[in-house]
Design a protein around this ligand. Structure first.
Ligand SMILES: [Fe+2]
Ligand SMILES: [Fe+2]
Length: 475
C-alpha cells in the first residue's frame, strides 16, 4: 500500500487500475494539466535537466528518489498516506463515529468548496513563480524553486483526485476550472487574495515560501484531521512535501540576512544607501518585505469571526491544528476565545464563542510558528554583533479581511489616522523604490557553486550533494 506504482500512466498508490472510469477521467484531465504547465509553468525551462526529488513511497523513511528530470516529464501522481484501521471522528458533533470513506450528502457542498479552495492555491503559486527561474541566484536555488513548483503541481493532482473520485460530474467541472483560473487575472483570478499577488523577485519568493507555504501547512494540518478520511490521508502526505518548501524560505532569508550582515561588518556601516551601493539588501528593506508577506498571509485564515468556520468544525470537516493533541472536549460548545476589535480608536480584545473564532485560533497557532523562524534569523544578526532585530508586525497591521479590514494600524499595533498611515507607509511596507532596488539585484547565476552577490551560499547542498553540484543542466 505504501509504495507507488510508477509503471502506470498516472503513478499512484490508490489502485487506480481497478477503477477504469476514474482512470479514464483522470487520463483525460492529464493532458490539460500538462498544457497548463507548458503555458504558465516555469518559463523557458522545458529542456532543463533538474536534480529533483520524486516521491516513490509514502513511508516516512526513504520515500524520495533523486535524479535528473525534465520537468514536463515529472511523474505527478496520486499518493495517499496509508489508511488507519477503524479511524474514528475525533472532534465536532459526530465525535466517536467512524470516519467517512465517502462524502455524506449533507456535507458535500462544503467539502467540495474546501477542496477546491485548497486546490486553487497550488497551481496559483506555480503561476506566481513562473518567471523566477530567469533570475535564480544560483543553480542550487533554481533547483529548489523547481522542486517547489513540481510539488505544488502534485498537490493540485492530490485535490483533483478527490474531486474526480468523490464528487462526480461537478467535481470534474471544478477540476477543469482549477486549470482555467489564473493568478492575478482580472477576469478569472485565483480564489484567495495572496495568490493573486505577484512574486516578482527572489526576496518575495523566499518570504512567500516561508510565510505563505506555512499557511499551507496550517490549512493542511487542519484538513488532515478531517472526518472525510481520503482528504485526511491526502493532506498528510502533502505535508511531508510542504516541509521542504518552508525550508527553502527560511534558509533563503537566513542566507540573505547573513550576506547583509557580512557586508555591514565589512563596510562598518548600517547606512541603507551604502549597503545598497554594495549590492546587498539592507535590513530595514527586509523588514518591510516581511511586514508585507506576513500581513497578506494571515488574511488567508479568513475572518476572525466566521459561522462557516463553526460549521466546518462541528460537522467534522476541518479540525484545529493538532486537534488530537488537545485535551478539551473537542466539541467547543460554550468555550470562548479572544479576538480583536476596535473601540474608541484603540484595539481591544473581546471574548466570542470559540466555534466562531476558529479561523483566529488557527491564525494564532500560525503566528506562533512563524515567529520561531524570525527568531532564528535574528540569531544570525545577533551573532554578527549587529543591534537590529527583525519582528513580525502586529496581527492587526495591514489587514484586508475581517474586523480589522479598513482600520489603519501601525506595525507596533497602535491605530493611526489615514494621514499618519500615508506619511509612514513607505517605512512599513515595501515602496516602489524598494521593489525597484530588489529587482535591480536580480540576475541569473548559472555557474555551479557561484551565488549572486546579495545572498550567501547555503551551508550544505541538497541530498548530501556538494554546494557546487550541477543541480540544473541546461540543454
Ligand atoms: Fe502545496
Ligand atoms: Fe508548498
Amino acid at each position: 500500500m505504501s509504495s507507488i506504482d510508477y509503471s502506470e500512466k498516472i503513478p499512484n498508490n490508490v489502485n487506480l487500475n481497478e477503477d477504469k472510469t476514474l482512470q479514464r477521467a483522470l487520463e483525460q484531465w492529464q493532458p490539460a494539466f500538462v498544457g497548463w504547465w507548458q503555458e504558465v509553468g516555469p518559463e523557458r525551462s522545458r529542456a532543463f535537466d533538474v536534480y529533483l526529488r520524486t516521491a516513490t513511497s509514502v513511508d516516512p523513511q526513504g520515500w524520495a528518489h533523486f535524479d535528473y528530470v525534465k520537468m514536463p516529464d515529472y511523474r505527478w501522481g496520486i499518493f495517499l498516506n496509508p489508511a488507519e484501521a477503524d479511524r474514528k471522528i475525533h472532534f465536532g458533533d459526530h465525535l466517536g463515529e467512524p470516519a467517512w470513506q465517502s462524502v455524506p450528502g449533507e456535507h458535500r457542498a462544503n467539502l467540495r468548496r474546501i477542496i477546491v479552495t485548497q486546490g486553487d492555491t497550488e497551481p496559483a503559486s506555480v503561476e506566481q513563480q513562473r518567471h523566477l527561474g530567469l533570475t535564480a541566484p544560483s543553480l542550487y536555488d533554481m533547483r529548489n524553486l523547481f522542486q517547489v513548483n513540481v510539488e505544488e503541481g502534485r498537490h493540485l493532482w492530490a485535490m483533483v483526485y478527490l474531486l474526480h473520485r468523490y464528487f462526480g460530474r461537478d467535481g470534474r467541472e471544478e477540476a477543469e476550472a482549477l486549470l482555467e483560473r489564473r493568478s492575478g487575472d482580472a477576469d478569472n483570478p485565483r480564489i484567495l487574495g495572496a495568490f493573486n499577488e505577484k512574486t516578482p523577485d527572489w526576496l518575495s519568493f523566499f518570504m512567500f515560501t516561508y510565510f505563505t507555504d506555512r499557511d499551507g501547512k496550517y490549512q493542511l494540518c487542519a484538513l488532515a484531521e478531517s472526518s472525510f478520511d481520503p482528504l485526511a490521508r491526502t493532506t498528510k502526505f502533502m505535508l511531508t512535501e510542504e516541509a521542504h518548501h518552508m525550508f527553502v524560505g527560511e534558509s533563503g532569508i537566513s542566507r540573505v540576512v547573513q550576506r547583509t550582515c557580512d557586508a555591514m561588518n565589512q563596510l562598518k556601516t548600517d547606512d541603507p544607501g551604502k549597503l545598497r551601493a554594495a549590492g546587498v539588501i539592507d535590513l530595514p528593506t527586509l523588514q518591510r518585505y516581511l511586514n508585507f508577506h506576513f500581513s497578506v498571509t494571515i488574511d488567508l485564515f479568513g475572518a476572525d469571526q466566521s459561522s462557516n468556520a463553526a460549521t466546518f468544525y462541528s460537522a467534522g470537516l476541518k479540525g484545529r491544528f493538532e486537534e488530537g493533541k488537545r485535551t478539551d472536549d473537542h466539541r467547543l460548545h460554550g468555550s470562548s476565545y479572544k479576538v480583536l476589535d476596535v473601540s474608541g480608536g484603540k484595539l481591544v480584545e473581546k471574548e466570542v464563542p470559540m466555534l466562531n473564532a476558529l479561523n483566529e485560533v488557527l491564525r494564532d497557532d500560525y503566528i506562533k510558528d512563524s515567529m520561531a523562524g524570525v527568531a532564528r534569523w535574528n540569531r544570525v544578526i545577533e551573532k554578527a554583533g549587529i543591534p537590529f532585530r527583525l519582528q513580525v508586525p502586529h496581527k492587526a497591521f495591514n489587514r484586508q479581511i475581517g474586523t480589522l479590514a479598513g482600520v489603519r494600524v501601525a506595525p507596533d499595533g497602535h491605530v493611526v489616522s489615514e494621514a499618519e498611515w500615508k506619511a509612514n507607509v513607505d517605512q512599513w511596507l515595501p515602496s516602489a523604490a524598494d521593489r525597484a532596488f530588489v529587482t535591480s539585484l536580480m540576475g541569473q547565476v548559472v555557474e555551479p557553486g557561484k551565488f549572486a552577490n546579495w545572498i550567501a551560499p547555503p551551508v550544505i547542498g541538497i541530498n548530501r550533494q556538494p554546494v557546487d553540484f550541477e543541480y540544473v543542466r541546461f540543454n
